[in-house]
Write a protein that binds this ligand. Structure first.
Ligand code: C2E
Ligand code: CA
Ligand code: CA
Length: 885
């Protein structure tokens, strides 16, 4: 594609600019030199003129204009193309540049594609100019020789006639008979001169059939008028067809009468061909440079293809042109743009390309396979052209099919059809190859651009809008709703425990879930433009609010129910996901897209920390967050003042109905408001890091209570202590436990309850930590089982003693038969892994009976007892046998 031999001089007073341009040009194969001032540039040019100059305008002492003027005034350097590189792009600056002789402009900062297109265009133009100059010089040379010969003396005539390549002849004006023909005739026609003498119509017999009538007329006209010029084709003795140009001059006697006609005939086949070649080449060049200009400004592939085809036909004079791209799904070339296309031919080409057997043999198929141009210069007779007669009917004589190569792959073709035969010679093909290369470059460039645009606005995984586009769309809605008549809801949806799925089932399952959720939400909203993925596991929705806000909240509530009930398929398993939603309404909760989204975000945060499924933004929510320090402060004080207490809920053996253990559940005895349940303050403890201290306290208190009961001679039961995710992940956790359960007795007194989802967040680490805990004699229970997406293979490896079935399953059990089957399956599973099973949240006798029938080991729940203070627990469940239930 490049012209490796071309040398380019870069003139710029700033070293940095020179290096930049050099770096841009080198990969194209040009050799570069640099000069840092106008003077230095002129010195370098006189030493060795470059093929092209990139000239900075603003330079001290001698500026770019002065350099250009100097070069253009000097014949030796006037034809070196100059591209002015300037930061000034106004008309005035360009005019000044043109006046001083620059051919082109580039504005700073320099765009790479523009730079190399401009450079190559100018180099190409310069080459073409050189060729034309050479040709003109040759012609002048010939004319000079001929004039010289005519001026020569009578004596020299015969010598000349014998030796020069043009043939002289003499006609008798009266009879039209040929009196003389020079020996050059033998060279031109391949026949002997003698055969012509006495002929009344010269070399009529040599003339090509088709030209004979015209030739006879011209011969008579020359005889009658003397001065006449005419052209015709002859068939040489060897069968070759040559074009002959004849010029006749009157030869008059003293009385001025026309007596003879003298003529010069020459074979102009070669120069005619050369002229035609230049004309062809010129057409191709016009196409190349127009399409290059198109590439620089074009914004889409479709526009590029359409315009390129019409340039080929309108500016390049091709009969027709079309571009086809490989459709990977169909496995064939599909025409996507064309110009001047013949309707009969169009149908025939399309059906050929659709044919499995024939498509590979078409010129198009071969160009794609061979990744090189395929040419038919005599389309009517070329056996490689499948539609020869259709092409003939459409007036087509030459065809070229150029593959469009992006990297190593042929992605499509450009097909050009000319009315002339022998149109595509090596030079045309070289230019057209460049053209195809440039189009392919543009295709690649535009595809990357499109992808960048897509990436900037869409989420690749789900195909939904991303945050940027969502904000843009919300803003659009707000603009088209200027009187605020339509209330809108911006919802931020967060998937609970998404990270667990990712970690336990793998990224592909996580990705699949996100795609399914995206599809579900799109169906819910009914319009993909109202849904966006705005975070790893967060989606945003835009919904119109119809009716009262309360109705809207109910609608969201219904949607959340439907979502929670929706089974998502992942890895052959079925999963139900809980979503949390934060809502902000326009116009009440914000007048702008960004503020609505930010407020929906604070509402979501509240929903997450409160345990609610959804929260509507309320004014001052930000302030609530800012008010946190007070709660934090109170909790710190609570720790110092010993306001935390542990209550105990008995675990009951289902067979014996005796309490076999206790779960320690923390409460805060707030002097102002009384007992506060853990859901209200544990999130804050976790956020502030206080959880570590409080956790250590709970563990110590449980060990202490256990010891008190034992010391007072009461029966002892193992106490289960809850562990927060934050604690488990903390580096000092193992150490804390070690300190709390320093004796065997203490260790045997304690069980740690760890939520399933927390374990699943990092299975490998969990296994290590749990093993270490167990090694100290402390047992482990997996809490809230069924909500954390355990995969069975992991469950088998977990060092755990007890599995606690989440309350939601226990509730489900008495609602539907599936619920019973599920609980039964969990119990069997746990038993097969040698684990003890505890059912949580048992509220009715029916549930307890069912659990016993299902072989569950123990249960906890209000039906037996809620959590009670330590002394009450000891009194009711340790000292005397429990009341039978
Ligand atoms: P959890 O570990 O799942 O505890 C069981 C929760 O269910 C307790 O709520 C308990 O009072 C409640 N419950 C027991 N039986 C029934 C029943 O029959 N029906 C219903 N509806 N509920 C029942 P509580 O005490 O409010 O504790 C809530 C959560 O706070 C616990 O859930 C646990 O995750 C956490 N928590 C409690 N104490 C501690 C602690 O000392 N440290 C840590 N890190 N977390 C704690
Ligand atoms: Ca628990
Ligand atoms: Ca639980």
């Amino acid at each position: 594609m490049s012209q490796p031999s071309a040398s380019i001089l870069i003139v710029d007073d700033e070293e940095r600019n020179c290096r930049l341009l050099e770096a841009l040009l080198r990969p194209e194969g040009y050799s570069t030199r640099t000069a840092h001032s106008g003077r230095a540039a002129l010195d370098l040019i006189s030493e060795q003129p470059p093929d092209l100059i990139l000239l900075d305008v603003m330079m001290p002492e001698m500026d770019g204009h002065a350099v250009a003027r100097h070069l253009k005034a000097n014949a030796a350097t006037s034809n070196i193309p100059i591209i002015m590189v300037t930061a000034l792009i106004d008309r005035e600056a360009r005019l000044a540049g043109l006046n001083s002789g620059a051919e082109e402009f580039l504005s700073k900062p320099v765009d790479r594609a523009e730079l190399w297109l401009r450079v190559r265009n100018l180099l190409r133009l310069k080459n073409l100019g050189n060729q034309l100059q050479q040709h003109t010089a040759n012609l002048e040379q010939q004319v000079l020789a001929r004039t010289e010969s005519l001026r020569a003396s009578e004596l020299l005539f015969r010598q000349m006639a014998d030796n020069i390549s043009d043939m002289f002849f003499l006609i008798d004006a009266r009879t039209a008979m040929l009196l003389y023909v020079s020996p050059a005739y033998e060279r031109i026609s391949g026949r002997a001169c003698a055969s012509l003498y006495g002929e009344a119509c010269g070399w009529y017999d040599d003339v090509l059939e088709a030209d004979r009538v015209g030739f006879a007329g011209d011969w008579q006209q020359a005889r009658a008028e003397g001065d006449h010029e005419f052209e015709h084709r002859i068939v040489r003795a060897d069968g070759a067809i040559r074009i002959i140009e004849a010029r006749c001059f009157a030869v008059r006697n003293a009385l001025g009468e026309l007596v003879r006609v003298a003529g010069v005939a020459k074979d102009i086949s070669e120069s005619r061909q050369a002229t035609q070649r230049i004309a062809f080449l010129n057409r191709v060049y016009v196409v190349l440079s127009s399409i290059n200009a198109l590439i620089v400004r074009v914004g889409s592939k479709q526009e590029l293809f359409r315009e390129a085809c019409s340039i080929a036909v309108e500016a390049g004079g091709f009969r027709m042109a079309w571009i086809g791209m490989l459709d990977a799904e169909l496995g064939r070339i599909v025409r996507i743009a064309s110009s001047g296309i013949d309707s009969d031919l169009s149908g025939s080409i399309a059906s050929l390309l659709a044919s499995h057997e024939l498509a590979r043999d078409t010129m198009i198929g071969r160009a794609m396979l061979q990744k090189s141009p395929i040419v038919a210069n005599t389309a009517r007779h070329d056996p490689g052209v499948l539609l020869a007669s259709e092409h003939a009917r459409a007036g087509i004589r030459s065809i070229a099919v150029l593959p469009l190569l992006v990297g190593d792959a042929a992605v499509g073709i450009l097909a050009l059809y000319a009315a002339e035969s022998d149109f595509f010679q090596s030079e045309e093909l070289q230019l057209l190859g460049e053209l195809a290369g440039n189009i392919a470059f543009a295709i690649d460039h535009l595809a990357k651009q499109e992808q960048l645009d897509y990436l900037a606005y869409y989420d690749l995984l789900t195909g939904l809008a991303n945050r940027t586009l969502f904000v843009e769309r919300v803003a659009q809605h707000l603009r088209s709703n200027p009187d605020d008549t339509q209330q809108l809801g911006v919802l931020l949806v967060d998937l609970a425990r998404f990270k667990n799925i990712n970690d336990s089932l793998g990224r592909h399952a996580g990705d699949s879930l996100l795609r399914q959720v995206a599809a579900w939400l799109t169906r819910l909203v009914g319009d993909a433009s109202g849904v966006a993925r705005v975070g790893a596991d967060q989606f945003a929705l835009l919904l119109p609010v119809v009716g009262q806000n309360a109705d809207f909240v109910r609608r969201v509530e219904d949607a959340l129910d439907a979502f929670a009930a929706q089974p998502f398929r992942l890895d052959d398993g079925v999963f139900r996901i809980v979503a949390k939603v934060g809502i902000a309404l326009f116009p009440n909760h914000g007048a702008e897209a960004e503020s609505l989204l930010a407020n929906a975000e604070s509402a979501l945060k509240q929903a997450k920390s409160s345990g609610d499924r959804q929260r509507m933004f309320v004014d001052g929510m930000g302030a609530t967050a800012a008010g946190r320090p007070t709660l934090e402060h109170k909790l710190r004080q609570a720790l110092d003042n010993g306001e935390f207490v542990l209550h105990y809920q008995p675990k009951v053996n289902l067979a014996s109905r005796l309490p076999t253990g206790a779960e320690a559940l923390i409460r805060w005895n707030d002097p102002n408001s009384g007992l506060v349940p853990p859901d209200r303050f544990i999130p804050v403890l976790e956020e502030t890091g206080l959880i570590h201290e409080v956790g250590r306290w709970a563990l110590k208190q449980a060990v202490l209570d256990h010891q008190t009961w034992r010391d007072s001679g009461l029966g002892s039961v193992r106490i289960a202590v809850n562990v927060s995710p934050m604690q488990l992940r903390h580096g000092s956790f193992l150490n804390d436990i070690g300190l709390a359960v320093s004796s065997d007795v203490a260790a045997n007194a304690i069980e740690l309850e760890i939520t399933e989802s927390v374990i699943m967040e990092d299975v490998r680490l969990s296994i290590a930590t749990l093993s270490a805990i167990r090694a100290m004699g402390v047992s482990i229970a997996i809490d809230d089982f069924g909500t954390g997406f355990s995969s069975l293979s992991y469950l088998a490896k977990l060092p755990a003693d007890t599995l606690k079935i989440d309350r939601s399953f226990v509730t489900d059990m008495t609602i539907n038969a599936d619920g019973v089957a599920l609980v039964s399956a969990i119990i069997n599973l746990a038993h097969s892994l040698k684990m003890n099973v505890v059912a949580e949240g048992v509220e009715t006798d029916e549930q307890a009976t069912l659990l016993r029938l299902l072989n569950c080991d123990e249960y906890q729940g209000f039906v037996y007892s809620a959590a009670v203070p330590a002394d009450e627990f000891a009194r009711r469940f340790l000292s005397s046998p429990p009341p039978s239930s």
